[in-house]
Design a protein around this ligand. Sequence first.
Ligand code: ADP
Ligand code: MG
Length: 627
Amino acid sequence: MADIINLLPDNIANQIAAGEVIQRPASAVKELLENAVDAGATEIQLIIRDAGKELVQVIDNGAGMSETDARMCFERHATSKIRSIDDLFGIRTMGFRGEALASIAAVAQVALKTRRHDSPIGTYIEIDNSVVRKQEPCQTAEGTSFAMKNLFFNVPARRNFLKSNAAEMRHIVDEFIRVAMAFPHLQFTFTSNGQQMFYLEKGSLKQRVIAILGQHYNARLVTVKESTDYVNIHGFVGKPETAKKTRGDQFFFVNNRFIKSPYLHHAIMSAFSEMIPADSFPLYVLFIDLDPAHVDINVHPTKQEIKFDDEKILYAFVQSAVKHALAQFNVTPTLDFDLDPGIQQLDAVSKPFTEQQQQRSASGSLYKTFTQANQAHVIDKSSGSNLKHWKDIYEIGRSDFNRPAAAMPAANGDDNEFVNRPSTASVIDERWQEAATDTKVPVQVHQQYILSQIKSGFILIDQQAAHERILYERYQRALQEKPMPTQQSLFPQTLQLLPADAALISEMLPDLHLLGYDMEPFGNHTFVVRGTPADIQSGNEQASIEGLLEQFKHFSAELKVNKREQLTRSMARNNSIPAGKVLSTREMQNIIDELFACSMPNVSPGGKYTYVSFKLTDINRMFEKGN
Ligand code: ADP
Ligand code: MG
């Protein structure tokens, strides 16, 4: 029988290999930008024509290449970034596989101009289809200019696979943004068909985020920053109100490399789960830094997927870091409803919290209590040197959430969020100061809202949402620290349930005990109920449990949270004061006091606002009274 195996000619092998790395113009954009970053450039220009199908060019002011390197860089597996297999586990550069330029040269026409700073003369090289067409000395600026023309000119089948210009442009912009976001201290410009799309000056991460994603995020970013010996995280998440129905503004970087990780995305979503509608996505731009030895980036040709040696630690760390950040800022929406846009733009509405206001609330005793009480949890970068550290944070993520958290982060650094946000702290503080001399009785509006005057204006509280929040935190505490008191019934009741419901209840029985239900299985899908949580009216045992089951099943269909969370939320919803219930002054006062003792007074467990504040200065402006 004849032998049938033969070796592919080099250029076909190259074209096949190139397919993994260069799938579309945007792939070249990513590779060329990363090479410029790796070369230590501080100014990087991207030039595109015809959505990259005609031209993708990157010009940098980095290290440049010698004549020999300029020729070598197009060889497959030619790289200056690693030398041995061990280096793979200490990588600090974006590239290391030495494939990008070889791949590009295999599927496009390339013109390279490059000069090192110590050489008076540069090198010009033209390559297409992996063949060198021209090589000569040239005059050129320090650094490198790399132009890729007519992508897939020699592989028409693949050229046909390219999408519309609009679609390819979107990919290009995405890749550009990912690199530009990761390196805010470098200048980037982006020109398409002669038109400037981006001009990004060197600056802080915050400036970069805003320059890329828009000014409206300016006062709506929450700083995330935690450090342990194992891993650091820093960056921003958007305030809950910025969550969008569509994905897009989510960025995760590991050692400055943009990655896609559904697992870590989930960690962030779960940190937000109480605060935003289930089908929306918060902004995040988060950078995780850890020893490269704990990460394997060599699992995917474009390196967008990576492996961690311990994913679970990272999950817990990311989740609690984000929760911690969110718990600290406790935002309240201010005049964010359908107002005349003219009013929204007024200084009083759009201007950040003033220095004066800041000082006033920071000197209030409640604020001090909060911050001092929180001292124990402050994570100190400099101290300690073992893994216990990340566990401290993890604990905060879990339990601190249920206690009054610091309403404001310690004032430090220029990314201090506090100055820019309407602050729950100030509302709490004012309420507290007024308490001593309080003559302002709250008023119920339409048996649904509570209007309460505070120094800077008034707040309007949604009675049900507020009560739900109060109960929810109370129940959480019951499950974690102190079981709810039980009120024994005079006459124990038996409860006959459907088999499925009985199974559900049995499963939750230990938690139900902690929540104040005294009940036991009695065989045959029946339970005896001897007592209920003290705050449920006696005689209502059966209705309370049936309502709870209903609510629980309703949530099961729509929430992706664990059973315990579902149970607390169900109970909170089921037992909360409904709209339509008339409240006495005393009851309203209790709701207000308890609400502001919550760790997250501003939203219901389901993510709806519990109150909205109205500022006197804004109201005066509406009545054209000036200030
Ligand atoms: P990798 O980045 O994985 O090393 P590439 O194929 O992207 O592989 O690049 C090959 C080599 O060419 C790099 O290791 C680097 O030494 C050199 N090189 C590429 N682009 C530039 C640039 N813009 N400036 C200086 N050197 C570069
Ligand atoms: Mg590279």
